[in-house]
Design a protein around this ligand. Structure first.
Ligand SMILES: [Zn+2]
Length: 152
């Protein structure tokens, strides 16, 4: 029986430019891929999708959630020689109790910015000197569109 092939060219070289850590939430997947590929121009990147994105790195080092995420980052660095780590958090994240857990979207965003900075420091402990890019996927005021922003 003839098998169909996927409409892509297989890339033999498995080195990647980055590893992107983002939430499993399906509502943000396409927007995240689009922003990374077209907004940042990064075409080859490993993807680690896990509830709450980088949040697991804020758990104690012996916590299984911490260990799973640390291992994926470490593998990406050593097997695929990535140069950048993208930490992508998003509005209304279930791992943070959703938007209802915050007084307003500014408070919610600030919590993610604070956490992403702490996560960045954890990543630098795993891969010293790596470039870390923090991205927050906010929502427009009418909550109909996703608005990615790079956080300094
Ligand atoms: Zn989420």
């Amino acid at each position: 029986m003839e098998q169909n092939t996927c409409p892509f060219t297989y890339q033999e070289d498995h080195e990647a430019e980055a590893v992107a850590i983002f939430c499993m939430d399906h509502r943000f997947q396409k927007a995240t891929h689009h922003f990374i590929e077209d907004g940042l121009g990064i075409k080859h990147y490993d993807r680690v999708t896990i509830a709450g994105a980088g949040k697991s790195l804020l758990e104690p080092k012996d916590d299984p959630d911490y260990q799973v995420l640390e291992k994926q980052i470490d593998l990406s660095a050593h097997l695929h020689k990535i140069k950048k780590v993208l930490i992508v958090h998003h509005a209304d994240c279930g791992a943070y109790g959703g938007k209802k857990s915050f007084g307003n979207s500014d408070v919610e965003e600030q919590k993610h910015l604070d956490d992403m900075e702490a996560i960045k420091q954890k990543v630098l402990g795993i891969i010293p000197g790596v470039e870390v890019i923090k991205i927050y996927m906010a929502l427009t005021e009418d909550k109909k569109k996703i608005k990615p922003q790079i956080v300094s």
